[in-house]
Design a protein. Structure first.
Ligand SMILES: Cc1cc2nc3c(=O)[nH]c(=O)nc-3n(C[C@H](O)[C@H](O)[C@H](O)COP(=O)(O)OP(=O)(O)OC[C@H]3O[C@@H](n4cnc5c(N)ncnc54)[C@H](O)[C@@H]3O)c2cc1C
Length: 425
């Protein structure tokens, strides 16, 4: 079993890194070479801005290259719960932002001719408990009225025709959900940004930031200094770097994934005949899909732990057991890849994008960000260029999490709480 991300292992090499030493100055410095940062760099460079992107490791080395591969519409939480907390108007606006984000990913792929197996396949949310079906029904009624007239509620029998497993009690089908090869997309996006003139510096870790005047910052990296007229922070849940204000607001939570060896078409057509993206309704549930070369990619929280090779392989064993419980026919199928990554969680699972102390930022996608990060890269490029885009995540107050200073000591407690909720729901 290879302890590496299938997306990273099978993506082309990025060839567009800057070949000159770090310049002394740039109009905009973007920190972070995931989807948010690279999309922002692409959009800034496209409109003629002198932009430098600093990436600690390689482009797409963190969440953007290590995720589950779903590119779905819809918010990260149950829509009915979001309506209850935010009201229908705001919840609908948030929901539509994800529609825009999926459309934008599709648009960029077409414009930049990125070959990444993108397809709109529909997303099926599966009720793991009979009681969860009632919650899905409530969300369905509200979503059909307000944001998605085509959404379908599937009975237990309908779901059995969608998935070769007896584990589920109904489902919710959103037809605009999509999927792609995240490594091919990410590298293609970065090559496009470099083609438009963005200077991309992998291996440049930001270690210090000093405000010189309003938006102007002196940035210290592991490879030298640069003055930026404006800075965009696109560092996900990074706990490395001079970002203490953000580290008190974003919690890194591990999520883990396994990929099988390629499966026979005859087997896949009985397990997943409609070949969609799938997510279960438990708090500590699973997400899965197939790949173009016919593997099953199966992910989940598995354990409340950080991602590192030992932790990833332990979580891989938990995931394999869950996969076989759901699909007994996969008992003898080998797992070829196993990896994990850190999800950038906010307390309310809503992203944030705005400005703090003169630094622009977009992060906190809370495990539902492959589309929103690409979209927010574009939105923040427009904010930085002083255009007036609609930024759904610009909010006045973003309080720090009480008692949290960057070490998520409360995760085991949260894990226990969610496990108990799952058991008794
Ligand atoms: C295991 C897992 C599964 C997921 N599954 C899905 C899914 O199926 N669907 C979905 O929609 N979303 C999913 N997500 C979430 C999604 O992948 C992210 O929301 C999205 O990729 C975030 O992109 P980003 O560019 O903001 O952050 P990242 O991709 O994390 O990029 C941040 C970059 O900043 C760099 N960096 C950090 N600190 C510094 C520093 N000091 N100096 C320089 N560079 C720095 C990092 O190296 C990194 O490359 C998943 C996430 C994980 C971890």
């Amino acid at each position: 079993m290879k302890l590496e991300s299938f997306w990273q292992a099978t993506a082309p090499e990025f060839t567009g890194a800057a070949s000159t030493p770090l310049p002394a100055h740039a109009d905009v410095v973007v920190i972070g070479g995931g989807f948010t940062g690279v999309s922002a760099a692409l959009n800034l460079a496209k409109s003629g801005v002198d932009v430098v992107l600093l990436e600690r490791d390689q482009v797409m080395s963190q969440a953007s290259g290590r995720n589950g591969g779903h590119c779905n519409t819809g918010v990260a939480q149950n829509f009915a719960a979001l309506v209850a907390s935010r009201g229908l108007e705001e919840a609908s606006r948030f929901y539509r932002a994800y529609d825009d984000a999926v459309s934008y990913v599709n648009q960029v792929i077409d414009e930049e001719q990125i070959s990444c197996d993108f397809r709109l396949c529909g997303k099926l949310k599966l009720a793991s408990k009979p009681g969860h079906f009632a919650a899905l029904r409530e969300a369905w009624a509200q979503m059909r009225e307000s944001v998605d007239p085509n959404i379908q509620l599937l009975s237990k029998e309908d779901v059995r025709a969608e998935i070769g497993s007896d584990d589920f009690h109904g489902g919710l089908l959103q037809l605009r959900g999509g999927q792609m090869h995240m490594g091919k997309f990410g590298v293609g996006l970065a090559e496009a940004a470099a083609r438009y003139g963005a200077k991309i510096y992998p291996g440049h870790s930001v270690t210090g930031m000093k405000q010189l005047k309003e938006h102007r910052y002196l940035i210290t990296t592991s490879q030298g200094e640069i003055i930026a007229e404006k800075v965009l922070m696109a560092t996900g849940c990074s706990n490395e770097g001079p970002f203490p204000w953000f580290q008190r607001r974003i919690v890194p939570v591990g999520s883990f994934i396994v990929a099988t060896t390629p499966l026979p078409e005859s087997l896949l057509s009985t397990l997943l005949p409609h070949d969609r993206t799938y997510v279960t309704s438990l708090n500590i549930g699973n997400y899965f899909r197939t790949t173009a070369d016919r593997r099953l990619i199966f992910g989940g929280r598995a354990r409340f732990a950080m991602s590192n090779p030992t932790s990833d392989s332990r979580s891989g064993a938990v995931l394999k057991a869950s996969m076989v419980k759901m699909f007994p026919a996969l008992a003898e199928v080998p797992v070829e890849y196993c990896w994990g990554g850190m999800v950038d969680m906010t307390a309310d699972r809503l992203p944030r994008a705005g400005e703090h102390n003169g630094v622009f930022y977009a992060l906190g996608y809370s495990g539902h960000g492959t589309q929103m990060s690409v979209w927010m890269g574009r939105v923040m490029a427009e904010v930085i260029a002083e255009k007036q885009p609609d930024n759904p995540w610009q909010r006045e107050a973003w309080p720090a999490l009480p008692g949290y200073f960057g070490k998520p000591w409360f995760l085991p407690v949260a894990g226990l709480y969610y496990k108990t909720m799952d058991r008794f729901s």
